[in-house]
Design a binder for this molecule. Structure first.
Ligand SMILES: [Zn+2]
Length: 355
């Protein structure tokens, strides 16, 4: 899971560049989903619902801690089939501890991004997973989940996870090059991890995806006045502006218009590698599922059925938007609204690329 990694269309439109991750993975035999999207705009909901393979219902008020109560279909399924489970290289013994670990990890991220403590944070690095793979010599089946935040935070890190450069975590007009730098830097390190996996385990199935796309302040949703304001705005003010704009943009899309803020946010990254020699798994995955629009909720459903370890039929791909971040008892609460009009607008207008 590469937090906030954008869809290649977004990289093309915002940075006028090719996505180094899509290219690198394609050349290594991955199938890259052309029309992938996230079901939720925020990490905790997106990650936990993906691991549950279930939606949170609409009009539900969610606290961040909702993931604690979630039951992970993914973890239970792998466990039932005899897999060892590793989350960010720590072995866990049951799905309750998965949710505890996930909660801690996510609250730390949220805390650091809100309080701006990220200069003190040690990031999980692809090299950590490489090391983990090298150190493990037992066989058996393993499910390894790793969650990286460098791209989300626009941080370029060294191999120990220390920040080398760090710009503002929202894409603005004048920091585009910094974002491209962090995307390139991270992709390079990530592809080295993929090479290690392929070297060590030819039968490994690898799913690479992001919980949502880039948080941006560029595009048709923002006025000239917004841009001037953003230059000197503080972090909290920017978050407020993002929410205000996002709400206006929902209305705009509902009325048949288009919105960059939602497009860039919901269009995410999905790439999958399945070994070619396992009954043409790759071809069937490519042909049947990943060529069509697909969202995070269905990724493990599709993989499980291809692996033959659980029959979870695909469900409808939906987008839920949250319009409210109120504080209640110290928790941020989100009101979720099912937004088919946002979902349908994501790939409707095709590529606007001039190049
Ligand atoms: Zn995220």
């Amino acid at each position: 899971m590469i937090d906030a990694y954008p869809h290649k269309d977004t990289i093309k439109e915002l940075f006028e560049a090719d996505d180094p991750l899509s290219q690198g993975l394609s050349s290594r035999g991955f199938v890259i989903a052309e029309k992938s999207f996230a079901n939720y705009p925020f990490t905790p909901m997106s990650v936990s619902s993906q691991l549950m393979c279930e939606y949170y219902s609409d009009n539900e008020n969610l606290a961040w801690s909702v993931i604690r109560g979630g039951k992970s279909n993914v973890v239970r399924t792998f466990m039932k089939n005899g897999y060892n489970i590793y989350l960010n290289v720590g072995k866990i013994s049951n799905s309750a501890s998965l949710h505890e670990t996930l909660l801690n990890m996510l609250s730390q991220t949220i805390l650091t991004s809100v309080v701006k403590l990220s200069h003190f944070v040690q990031y999980l690095e692809p090299i950590d997973i490489v090391q983990f793979i090298r150190d493990r010599n037992s066989g058996g089946s393993n499910f390894v989940y790793a969650h990286f935040f460098q791209v989300h935070d626009n941080a370029v890190t060294d191999e120990r996870g220390k920040i080398v450069t760090h710009e503002f975590e929202m894409v603005l007009d004048d920091n585009r090059s910094h974002f491209m730098k962090s995307i390139k830097d991270f992709s390079q390190k990530f592809l080295a991890l993929i090479d290690e996996i392929r070297l060590r385990d030819k039968s490994a199935v690898v799913l690479v995806n992001s919980d949502h796309g880039l948080p941006v302040f560029i595009g048709n949703d923002f006025s000239r006045k917004d841009f001037l304001f953003m230059k000197n705005a503080r972090h909290g003010e920017l978050i407020q502006l993002w929410f205000k704009t996002a709400i206006c943009a929902i209305k705009k899309v509902k009325d048949g218009g288009m919105s960059d803020i939602w497009k860039y946010r919901q269009k995410n990254f999905v790439g999958v590698f399945v070994p070619v020699d396992s009954d043409n798994l790759k071809n069937s995955v490519k042909a049947s599922e990943f060529a069509n629009p697909i969202s995070n909720i269905n990724l493990f459903r599709v993989l499980f059925s291809h692996l033959g370890i659980k029959n979870l039929p695909k469900i409808s791909d939906e987008v839920f938007v949250s319009t409210l971040a109120a504080k209640k008892g110290g928790h941020a609460e989100f009101k979720l609204i099912k937004a088919p009009y946002i979902r349908d607008s994501l790939y409707k207008n095709g590529n606007k690329n001039k190049k």
